[in-house]
Design a protein around this ligand. Sequence first.
Ligand SMILES: Cc1ncc(COP(=O)(O)O)c(C=O)c1O
Length: 393
Amino acid sequence: MRSVARRFGRIEKSATFAVLELVQSLRAQGVKVLDLGGGEPDFDTPAHITAEGAGALAGGFTHYTASRGIPELLTAISRKLAEDNGVSVDPATEVIVTPSAKNALFTALTTLLDPGDELLVPTPGWVSYHSMAHLIGAVPVDVPLDGDDGFRITRELLESRITDRTKVILVNTPNNPTGRALDAAEAEAVAAVADEHDLFVVSDEIYEKIVYGGTKHVSPASLPAGAGRTLLVNGFSKAYAMTGWRLGYVAGPAPVISEMLKVQQHSVGCAGSFVQRGGLAALTGPQDAVQEMTDEYAARMELIVAGLDSLPGVSCPRPEGAFYAFPDIRGTGFASSAEFATWLLSEAGVAVMPGSAFGPGGEGHIRLSFATSREVITEAIDRMATALHQRRR
Ligand SMILES: Cc1ncc(COP(=O)(O)O)c(C=O)c1O
């Protein structure tokens, strides 16, 4: 059999799914594994959203829609962007509804990057950005952030990686895995560097609604320097616990959106029709459930941060958003985060992600998801404490 396309040589399977598979196989052997590796809300989709989607399905709203999405949802997205983010977009020409934020990102990168073009990716960063770039023959360029400086993005760090092939800066705020949210100065630095070097910004804002302690979400698209060059990607998975619905969107300058629409038309066609109606209910209905879920994440965040910080050799900053703790484990004496994660799974039955899965900037850290119950968090911390103390003896 002939081999598949050469570019697959550089593409790894998702590290998150690899941990999930390991957890499943251990569970099949009867091991009681606590899974803090995954990244999806443990809540069900709020009932009024499910009812709208089910009603649309039952009512025969089961056909293709316009490729860019149903007009009511495009209008609701444009209103949301204006109200929440201070971003003004024309629903008719500057937004596309996509089947997931992941798909919106892939379509955006496919549209912006030719083979060989470079994409700046701050690391630690979400596992899929690199693979998406490789899938289209583009070159992801790591911008390693400094954990001791709170993983801040600076103008100097970005500019040190710019070459004449650089075309896009990708940012994710609030960030998976660090939990950092861009502050106004960082967002300004991203937009200004992009403006001065004539680059696009792709801004992944999927965790926007899950922020803690008064953190204010800032989109580079809301800043004058970023406005005409940012593709803002967001979706429904995290804020509305709609991971299985696969619904997201992208907003940006009309000429780029119009090219992106061609990718969408020739790849997925459109997002699911009744799914879009669920999304409409999410944006236009009551937002209490979003607040309730975020309040619960906040309580879990306090629990996990305090627990991790009390472990020998571990120090855990408070995340500003998303639902991940990203402690520094360098004081535990392990050679690498992968070694620590493997040891933790076999000794304590606790599944976490090694920081190195998020690029070189993640080494020395692990990621624990607190999109799981307080009981699981408490037991995981207890097991980690026992295993770490035993090892020290
Ligand atoms: C940073 C980041 N972006 C995008 C996504 C994908 O979201 P969606 O479910 O809409 O594809 C995730 C999901 O884990 C994520 O962590």
